[in-house]
Design a protein. Structure first.
Length: 52
């Protein structure tokens, strides 16, 4: 979704900086989601190990 907003902003304003800033936000969100997934997987692994 942010990618579309970034592209639309660039098309409307011609400001490459706005596009790049929004792309950075998208990258940060992706990294946060990856870290959250890693944490959730680790928690599930710990739960599984506690059952065994």
């Amino acid at each position: 979704m942010i990618k579309k907003i970034a592209w639309d902003t660039f098309k409307n304003t011609g400001d490459i900086n706005a596009f790049l800033e929004l792309k950075q936000i998208e990258n940060i969100e992706n990294e946060i989601n990856k870290e959250k997934d890693i944490k959730e997987n680790a928690e599930h692994k710990n739960e599984w190990n506690n059952i065994i």
